[in-house]
Ligand binder design. Structure first.
Ligand code: 8Y7
Length: 279
């Protein structure tokens, strides 16, 4: 399956690695480290050298309790970075935003994919995504970043997340967005307790069975810290373990801070999956 990202094609026959490039001064695990154009460009180049085929540029922190960012501020943060990457690096640029205005500016600046943790639920986002005609990742989230981890409740988390994604896919299609433009994501950590995240991973094939490419973002997330009792700097091994499971279950995109190590885990998992039983 080939995704057309505004002239750059993304081959999802094999799982691909999406590198995280936060251009926020307050990001959760790399707070401010890559704030600024030069550092961002350097980081993007390194991620591509390490095996990323997508760079996910985000200017609004989605961590619980993060400050609200205005449209103007978000555009001012991400557009110079997107333009710099577009002119110097051969990679699909993804824009991590829920704001239609930021989507427009980012795609005009050279991004080829929209990563929306709100699954196009913000006013005007559906129409904007249709007009821009680029692939969109629809992610499940319960609640808003500010309060989502307070006390998330589910009956059957796998069924509820699956139904939500199915519903968003139908709404996108009703708005003219072609199915071949859609990626789906269970949204690990977005309004989910450890037990919900674990269940979603165990039954990830239920989401894969919707027959759309599945993206998984679990890199350094608090579920790993909670279950292994490790700080954010010590979550790489746990993140890689979860990556291998996700790939084994059929995920086609892995979003990560640690591209080199994740690409190795993805490749090795993929080697196992490629084994022919009679050779
Ligand atoms: C995800 C994401 C974040 C994820 C997708 C973090 C922007 C929190 N997580 N996008 N964004 N999926 N598609 O810890 O899981 O990276 S932000």
């Amino acid at each position: 399956m080939i995704l057309d990202c505004r002239g750059k094609s993304l081959d999802l026959t094999y799982p691909q690695v999406m590198g995280i490039l936060n251009v926020t001064p307050d990001s959760f695990s790399d707070g401010g480290q890559f704030f600024g154009e030069d550092l961002a460009l350097k980081q993007a180049k390194q991620m591509v050298a390490d095996g990323a085929t997508i760079v996910d540029v985000g200017g609004e922190s989605t961590r619980p309790g993060a400050a609200i960012v205005t449209i103007e501020e978000e555009i001012a943060r991400v557009i110079p970075v997107i333009k710099a990457i577009e002119s110097e690096v051969d990679v699909v640029i993804s824009i991590d935003t829920s704001k239609p205005e930021v989507m427009r500016a980012a795609i005009a600046g050279g991004a080829g994919l929209i990563n929306d943790v709100q699954a196009l639920r913000v006013n005007g986002a559906l129409d904007t995504a249709f007009e821009l005609n680029v692939p969109v990742c629809l992610m499940h989230a319960q609640g808003t970043p500010k309060t989502m981890q307070d006390n998330p409740q589910y009956g059957d988390v796998v069924a509820e997340v699956t139904n939500f994604l199915l519903e968003r896919v139908k709404i996108c299609e009703a708005h003219g967005i072609n199915r071949d433009k859609l990626i789906i994501d269970p949204g690990f950590g977005f309004g989910k307790m450890a037990k919900h995240n674990l269940r979603l991973m165990k039954y990830l094939e239920k989401i894969v069975q919707l027959d759309l490419p599945v993206l998984v973002g679990i890199s350094r997330k608090s579920i790993i810290g909670e279950l292994l009792n490790v700080s954010v700097e010590e979550r790489l091994a746990g993140s890689l373990a979860m990556t291998s499971l996700a790939v084994w279950k059929g995920a086609k995109l892995i979003r990560t801070h640690d591209v080199r190590e994740t690409a190795q885990a993805v490749n090795l998992s993929n080697y196992v999956m490629q084994v022919e039983d009679f050779d």
